[in-house]
Design a protein around this ligand. Structure first.
Ligand SMILES: [Fe+2]
Length: 359
């Protein structure tokens, strides 16, 4: 008697397969689990190539598989408009909803919004500047002394989680760097999921998290200006900034499950559980991050270097230590807007999909 043949369940979206168009680029993987660094590649050359879209699509799939990529050689010849174009195309070429585009920061109308180096502002560009952060530190000196040692756990986040449709790709270019400090870290959401026991995977898959940022609404009301809307998607018009996202989501490009919204800067509460259970879940997720540093890629920034990452399958954390050194850290970031996050019950973890051992 023959055995009963069953087809594997079909995914909501078929994973994309990478081509060979960027295989000629020199690279080194940052760790076996996460990150890829291109020491010599030029994004400008990629854009100018006759098969630019093919190369950008293969780069996008690489980013979704590796979590984050670094371009180390200074990308000085790349304009801000080209940075925005690349960020937008990475999503467009990998099946993002057609009506979505680049994110617009809710507080773009704030008069303290930082300009770029040429003095202009752009609603699709978020400027990072350590001098502004130093001023922030100066105003914070009168706050009551901390009773606990410094805890940078809250730095971990995925971009624009406060939106109904959060960011898919983010592209940060560092224009100037201090002699040390200001590193950025990325942790693999795929690996965090894979390191859970099966019962705990099932438990976290049953949860959603509310990702509230009430500060945007209150800042606008206090400053007397309006919140930007829409913000990269017709669905990102809500002024409450409190969407509920799945704690575990499926990456639409790879089809792999990722621990997405269990902890960090934008997660205000795990839904439906008690406050102590909320605390336990967050502590547990934070413990997975801090006790599995082989799942983390760390970027020591050099002038002109770039990082492009998938917010679907990584969390990242800035290192706020540049106030300790002289020198300004300035960067410009563009972010795309992806789909409403979903968990596809037919999807699997990365290790299972690739046939890798569990640990
Ligand atoms: Fe960020």
């Amino acid at each position: 008697m023959g055995s009963l043949q069953t087809n594997p369940p079909k995914l909501v979206r078929e994973p994309l397969k990478k081509g060979i168009s960027i295989d000629h680029l020199e690279y080194v993987d940052v760790t076996p689990i996460i990150g890829r660094e291109y020491p010599t590649a030029s994004l400008k050359e990629m854009l100018d190539a006759p098969n630019a879209d093919e190369q950008l699509r293969d780069l996008a799939i690489t980013i979704c598989e590796r979590g984050v990529v670094f371009f180390r050689a200074p990308q000085d010849d790349l304009s801000v408009d080209e940075q925005k174009h690349i960020t937008d195309m990475l999503g467009k070429l990998t099946g993002r909803p057609a009506e979505n585009g680049l994110h617009v920061h809710p507080l773009y109308n704030d008069p303290n919004n930082l300009p770029m180096a040429d003095g202009t502002t752009d609603k699709h560009i978020y400027v990072i500047n350590s001098e502004a952060q130093k001023k922030l530190y100066a105003t914070m000196k009168d706050r009551p002394a901390a009773t606990e040692p410094k805890d940078l756990g809250r730095e971990w986040h995925s971009d624009s989680l406060f939106e109904t449709c959060p960011s898919d790709f983010s592209f940060l270019r560092m224009q100037s760097t201090p002699p040390s400090g200001g590193d950025t870290l990325w942790v693999s959401g795929y690996e965090m999921y894979d390191r859970l026991s099966r019962p705990y995977q099932r438990f976290l898959e049953s949860l959603t998290a509310t990702c509230a940022q009430p500060v945007f609404k209150s800042a606008c009301e206090k400053g007397g200006y309006s919140v930007m809307s829409p913000r990269g998607s017709p669905l990102n018009v809500d002024f409450e900034f409190a969407p509920q996202h799945p704690v575990v989501r499926t990456h639409p490009v790879t089809g792999w499950k990722s621990l997405f919204a269990g902890v960090g800067l934008h997660v205000s509460r795990i839904d439906e559980v008690t406050s102590y259970e909320d605390y336990m879940i967050r502590e547990y997720v934070m413990r997975i991050i801090t006790r599995n540093h082989d799942s983390i890629a760390r970027m020591h920034w050099t002038r002109g270097a770039c990082a492009i990452w998938s917010n679907v399958c990584t969390l990242h954390a800035a290192t706020p230590d540049t106030h300790l050194v002289e020198g300004v850290r300035t960067g410009v970031r563009a972010s795309g807007i992806g789909e409403v996050p979903y968990l596809d019950p037919a999807s699997t973890g990365r290790r299972e999909a690739l046939g890798l051992p569990k640990f």
